[in-house]
Write a protein that binds this ligand. Structure first.
Ligand code: BGC
Length: 715
């Protein structure tokens, strides 16, 4: 390869405008382009690939990249909703659906999964992530990688996954997208890097750098992240791509003075492909000629890219031959979308068992709100190729299921979720007054979350809160169904709902999945993958926090409304909480109600002492005392009581989704290997530290069925 052909393999350009073969063709023929992003038109993609393979000197096929984040044409729940299923097999199946459809368009590389751990629901990209917990995110990210790539990435419907955004992006200041992150090294390693390691171990062929900076180093120039951690410690052999133009942005950050320096910093740090930017194309050759970058660096980067192309089988099969692929099965795709939506729904409140609704006692149901019949909005963020005509809304599905004998009166009330125009409120209240039950379809339209769509106030937007209050005053039972791309703060509306179902953005099958749960054909089984704050000022609030030297003690947490003006300071509890919001979130991580009633009992450990290198067996029995069968997600939490660095008050170490019939008891098994108890210590080294541990099992992160064990040094 000539030097310019090598550099060409590191260049990725946008193919979304006009007819790209016209303007990318010459670059391709000259061997100056290794990858194209953002064109999913099968004919155009094929033509670009043909030029690369047939008309360039070396005939190296192209990587065709696209953000296929939660489905291609058939849109599944947003990743945060998928995380609420706590079901890796289902998440894997969803990634298969996405890959099968995308591959048929000639796409061979997706920019997913995103596994940035975040504790900040203000951040718009919380919609795309897999929640706040490193263990849950690791399991689900690995499942997505396997779903996209399969066991054989060269298979015709496999596409390369991209673990993103490396790293710490979820920690952006105040949840403002693209902003600076301030993450201590120890937290970075013990929390934020873990899902990336899991993705690498699952075989992810690529990884994307983050837009953000940590400790003064933009991640796109971080040798610590890209060389020390990723290559040296983890042995990653795939390719690293920058984020969109993030190489040239090194100069905007103020790390470099111009594109030339930016190219040098990124290349030296270990960015193989520059996404949509020309710093590499314009400067790498000259940087090598002038001796400022070693040729070996270029060779290593090119090898990483070519290795991935080989593993994808592109040299043998650069074109997709749809005739030889199994026919797409829309029935199965829709079924996967439905099952994922079903399992993603989290029941947050169910006063007096209002849900499931009893069809036999209903004559009139009022369905109100801007998200109840919004085929596009229910799909959520990142749906470049999503087909909203495949959507079934709540209004459609509920209407169908209620049949002719029960009247469904519908009013959208607001044009969109942000609307403050209250002119339809009186009519809405009128409908509510005449109904047996009111269902409110509320939340955020898709534009309010996702990249560059952060919010500082995460209450229900627009005048929806007023609608909830007004409808409540009509005196009928009120069921809230919230579609949103993030946890919303609900403290000022929660009391007005008798029942509340959190649906995230559920994708095309929103309507049928929600209807099944409202009418009791399916018991809700989603669990929160992220803590819900009660007010935004609590953020960041997360379950796996540290103990601090002054943890809030029950009974010693004062409230602003009951303070005596001259109360001595010590009467305030002197601990870590807010005077006006306490220390508890609105809903804890892992929480979710069911129509079943699950009782955890008989927690047993197969021993109470083990040695490093050994595995602890844990069993618990779960009985369903409720009137309906359902799934429950049993969760295992552990606390390391004394550590070389302080350890979280609880950490999720295992989870298991089980189906339990009425009156039935199932036994759930967990295995905890001593390695699962390891962490990075004060010297940045991995250690599995002997000592005492506490353990809890239950249905959320407040689980109180407790035991403990002791870990001894290796025998
Ligand atoms: C986003 C990435 C995405 C890329 C390509 C960037 O702005 O941060 O997540 O993959 O664009 O669309």
């Amino acid at each position: 390869m000539t030097r310019s052909e090598k550099v060409g393999q590191l260049v990725q350009l946008d193919g979304s405008h006009g007819y790209p073969p016209d303007y990318l063709g010459e670059r391709l023929r000259a061997g100056g382009l290794g990858s194209v992003i953002n064109n999913a038109n099968p004919d155009i993609v094929k033509e670009l690939q043909r030029i690369a393979v047939e008309e360039s000197r070396l005939g190296i096929p192209l990587l065709i990249g696209r953000d296929v984040i939660h489905g291609f044409r058939h849109v599944l729940p947003i990743p945060l909703g998928q995380a609420a299923t706590w079901n890796p097999e289902l998440v894997l199946a969803g990634a298969r659906v996405a890959a099968e459809e995308a591959a048929r368009a000639g796409i061979n590389w997706t920019f997913a999964p995103m596994m940035d751990v975040t504790r900040d629901p203000r951040w718009g990209r919380v919609a795309e992530c897999l929640g706040e917990d490193p263990h849950l995110a690791s399991e689900l990210a690995a499942a997505m990688v396997r779903g996209f790539q399969t066991d054989d990435p060269s298979a015709p419907t496999a596409i390369a996954a991209c673990a993103k955004h490396f790293a710490g992006y979820g920690g952006v200041d105040a949840g403002r997208d693209y902003d600076t992150t301030n993450l201590p090294r120890n937290e970075l390693r013990n929390v934020h890097l873990r899902p990336f390691r899991a993705a690498v171990e699952a075989g992810a062929l690529s990884l994307m750098t983050s837009f953000s900076e940590i400790d003064g180093m933009p991640c796109t120039a971080s040798r610590f992240l890209l060389r020390q951690v990723l290559r040296d410690e983890w042995g990653f052999e795939g390719l690293v791509v920058s984020d969109w133009d993030s190489v040239r942005q090194l100069s905007i950050h103020g790390l470099t003075a111009d594109d030339r320096e930016a190219a040098r910093e990124a290349c030296e740090a270990g960015v193989d492909i520059e996404m949509q930017g020309e710093a590499y194309a314009h400067h790498l050759e000259e940087l090598i000629e002038s001796g400022q970058i070693a040729e070996a660096l270029l060779d290593a980067a090119v090898s990483n890219v070519l290795r991935v192309k080989c593993l994808l089988g592109l040299f043998e099969r650069p074109f997709v031959d749809n005739d030889t692929l199994p026919a797409p099965d829309p029935v199965r795709m829709r079924a996967t979308a439905r099952e994922t939506a079903r399992q993603s729904l989290v029941l947050l409140k169910n006063h007096d068992n209002l849900l499931p609704l009893d069809r036999g006692r209903l004559k009139n149901v009022a369905l109100l709100g801007p998200l109840a019949d919004a085929p596009y909005q229910q799909l959520g963020t990142w749906i470049f190729d999503g087909d909203a005509s495949l959507s079934v809304t709540l209004r459609q599905a509920l209407g169908e299921q209620l049949g002719d004998d029960i009247e469904l009166s519908y009013l959208r009330v607001f044009e969109h979720s942000r609307s403050r125009d209250t002119r339809d409120m009186a009519a809405a209240c009128e409908l509510a007054a005449h109904a047996d039950v009111v269902v409110l379809g509320l939340g955020e339209e898709s534009i309010l979350s996702g990249e560059a769509h952060s919010r500082a106030d995460i209450d229900l937007p627009g005048a929806q809160r007023e609608l909830v209050h007004a409808v409540r005053a009509a005196g009928k039972p009120v069921v809230g169904v919230i579609l949103a791309g993030r946890p919303l703060t609900l403290s000022n509306v929660i009391n007005d709902f008798d029942a509340l179902l959190y649906a995230w953005h559920p994708g095309i099958e929103a309507g049928p999945a929600i209807t099944e749960v409202l009418l009791g054909d399916v018991s809700p089984s989603g669990k929160l993958p992220i803590t819900f704050p009660s007010v935004v000022g609590q953020v960041p609030i997360y379950y796996n926090h540290k103990m601090t030297g002054k943890p809030p003690l029950p009974g010693q947490v004062a409230h602003i409304d009951s303070l005596h003006t001259r109360a001595p300071q010590t009467s305030l509890g002197m601990s870590a909480y807010h005077l006006d919001a306490g220390h508890r979130p609105q809903f804890p991580f892992g929480f979710g109600l069911s129509y079943g009633q699950f009782h955890y009992h008989d927690l047993q450990l197969d021993r109470h002492a083990l040695s490093v290198g050994e595995t602890l067996g844990i069993t618990v029995r779960v009985t369903n005392h409720g009137a309906q069968a359902g799934d429950e997600v049993a969760q295992l939490y552990v606390r390391d009581l004394v550590g070389n660095v302080t350890r979280p008050v609880r950490e999720l170490k295992g989870f298991e989704r089980v189906s339990i019939g009425v009156g039935e008891t199932v036994t759930v098994h967990f295995e905890l290997h001593s390695e699962d108890l390891g962490f990075y210590d004060r010297n940045d080294e991995w250690r599995v530290e002997p000592g005492a541990f506490q353990l809890w099992v239950g249905g959320d992160s407040d689980a109180d069925l407790e035991s403990g064990f002791y870990l001894h040094p290796a025998a």
